[in-house]
Design a protein around this ligand. Structure first.
Ligand code: ATP
Ligand code: MG
Length: 137
């Protein structure tokens, strides 16, 4: 069964909509195989977003991701990676389709409520970044 990584970002955790977002995943047929609330360190956030290290928004992105706790989740199901990306909507919530998580819960391209792995290969790496095998069940 395909797996992908979701992060409910600090803005959505602060808004107290963790349960509402997790319900979107379950309602779409995805299963929660692992989940944890945690506070990322600067080193965690820099390592997780290393692919964006050269981008102009990298420093702001890291600062935002450590501005409060996040909820990291392994989602499992048919086409889990693509299904999660569909549920999330476009990176910029102003461009996100109605009914998507970002359209409904996000304010800006920086504070955009959720992260989702963007390929099955990255999903495996991102899941291993946060979870031990015995935590995924
Ligand atoms: P994520 O990786 O968080 O799931 P994404 O895959 O939709 O989002 P990426 O291109 O991977 O988007 O960018 C990672 C994150 O960096 C975005 O979620 C957003 O918070 C931030 N970001 C991306 N582009 C910009 C930008 N032009 N200005 C500011 N922040 C940006
Ligand atoms: Mg991305």
């Amino acid at each position: 069964m395909e797996q992908t990584l979701s992060i409910i970002k600090p803005d959505a955790v602060a808004k107290n909509v963790v349960g509402k977002i997790l319900s979107r995943f379950e309602d779409a047929g995805l299963r929660i195989a692992a989940t944890r609330k945690m506070q990322l360190s600067q080193a965690d956030a820099e390592a997780f977003y290393a692919v964006h290290a050269e981008r102009p928004f990298f420093k702001d992105l890291v600062e935002f991701m450590i501005s409060g706790p996040v909820v990291v989740t392994v989602l499992e199901g048919d086409n889990a990676m693509a299904k999660n990306r569909d549920l999330m909507g476009a990176t910029n919530p102003k461009e996100a389709e109605a009914g998507t998580i970002r359209a409904d819960f996000a304010e800006s391209i920086d504070a955009n409520a959720v992260h989702g792995s963007d390929s099955v290969e990255n999903a495996t790496n991102e899941i291993n970044f946060f979870f031990a095998q015995k935590e995924i069940c």
